[in-house]
Design a protein around this ligand. Structure first.
Ligand SMILES: NC(=O)c1ccc[n+]([C@@H]2O[C@H](COP(=O)([O-])OP(=O)(O)OC[C@H]3O[C@@H](n4cnc5c(N)ncnc54)[C@H](O)[C@@H]3O)[C@@H](O)[C@H]2O)c1
Length: 342
């Protein structure tokens, strides 16, 4: 224990699998980059049906890349599997990883493209006792962890409302947003209402969402036109202040209640000196180290398969409510309808 070397494979040699990293970065962003940088892991292969991606992967990381999984499995039996493909392929790939003797799976979000498949992944991993870490990346960031801890400790009083502006689809950035809500509030989502206001006419539209957590905090997800810019910005309104998370998680600002310097009002929210490090550092290495620590010592996964199912359940509820013109959809009911444990 603590000395074991692990072999690793990356399934899907695209952006998050490999391409976001150039050179040998000290703070890798990708799965391949994290494996290459970790002193107890040996990256042994990539798999991707796209020839250009395979060539790039092999040149970038100095290991072979295969067109088909079976080809890779005829040569190797990897311990760690990164699944960096689109969500619709995750269930099938997780089952193949389990059958091929994977010891740990690091899977991209969203966990699956349907709630049934997400629960299927959770069941398959539990039965095979193979841990799956879902890459809800903000959970691996020290700054977000600090923020969640301080919110939990009541430093800003009780949370009144959370508003998240986002782009790129309810399943894509929306799944990050739902997970972030659960993570920051240490709470589950109770019900969701949603509408397709933007009418983007794409497979994964950015829906307008309103909902409430089990502890009674109201929240909204408000979509922005995806052609304008990238954003996932969080606004936490609490009884003693306000927190904003900007720059896709890199910037955190806080406001405290104080006497108004401008108006004849008793109090307002005033920006308070920042006490936060820049966010979103060291995410991929933290994720990988957490998976290995869990495999070796049983340390809790910072982003578990259950967190993956919960985010997919929220996305499914938003889609379902949109079809019913905004009728509230209860998450527990949705899960029990498909026979999942609630
Ligand atoms: N956690 C994060 O912050 C983050 C960031 C980016 C992407 N993602 C997620 O990662 C996933 C992939 O996104 P991306 O932007 O890297 O996509 P991408 O299109 O750049 O890469 C996906 C790759 O998978 C390959 N592929 C498809 N089916 C395959 C299969 N069966 N076996 C092997 N390879 C296969 C494709 O050829 C492609 O090269 C998505 O689910 C996305 O939501 C997460």
């Amino acid at each position: 224990m603590g000395e074991t070397m692990y072999t690793a494979v990356v399934i899907g040699c695209g952006r998050i699998g490999s391409l976001y990293d150039t050179g040998q970065p000290s703070d890798p962003l990708t799965h391949a980059g994290a494996y290459a940088a970790h002193d107890r892991v040996k990256l042994i292969a990539g798999v991707d049906p796209d020839e250009g991606r395979r060539k790039d992967f092999a040149a970038r990381w100095g290991v072979p890349a295969y067109a088909a999984l079976e080809e890779m499995l005829s040569q190797f039996s990897p311990d760690l599997w990164s699944i960096c493909t689109e969500a619709s392929s995750h269930f099938g790939l997780v089952k193949k990883a389990i059958n091929a003797g994977a010891r740990g799976i690091w899977c991209e979000k969203p966990l699956a493209s349907s709630l049934e498949e997400a629960v299927g992944i959770q069941t398959a991993c539990a039965q095979a006792r193979v841990p799956l870490l879902i890459n809800h990346s903000r959970r691996f960031d020290k700054c977000h962890q600090d923020l969640a801890r301080r919110l939990r400790a009541g430093e800003w009083g009780h949370v009144e409302r959370v508003v998240i502006h986002y782009v790129r689809g309810i399943s894509n950035y929306g799944s990050h947003a739902f997970d972030l809500l659960r993570f920051l509030l240490t709470d589950d989502i109770d019900w969701i209402s949603a509408w397709d206001d933007l009418r983007e006419l794409v497979p994964d539209p950015s829906l307008t969402v309103r909902g409430r957590t089990c502890q009674g905090v109201f929240f909204s997800l408000l979509p922005i036109n995806r052609s304008l810019y990238d954003c996932l910005e969080v606004d936490v309104w609490a009884s003693c202040g306000r927190l904003t998370v900007t720059h896709l998680g890199k910037g955190i600002r806080q406001y405290r209640v104080g006497p108004s310097p401008y108006w004849d009002e008793p109090t307002e929210l005033l920006e308070a000196p920042g006490q936060f490090l820049p966010g979103m550092q060291g995410l991929a290495l933290q994720a990988l180290s957490n998976l290995i620590a869990h495999m070796e010592t049983g340390a809790p996964l910072l982003s578990s398969c259950q967190d993956g199912v919960a985010a997919v359940a929220a996305v499914s509820a938003a889609r379902c409510s949109t079809e019913r013109h905004g009728e509230p959809v209860e998450i527990r009911k949705l899960l029990s309808e498909i026979g999942a444990a609630v």
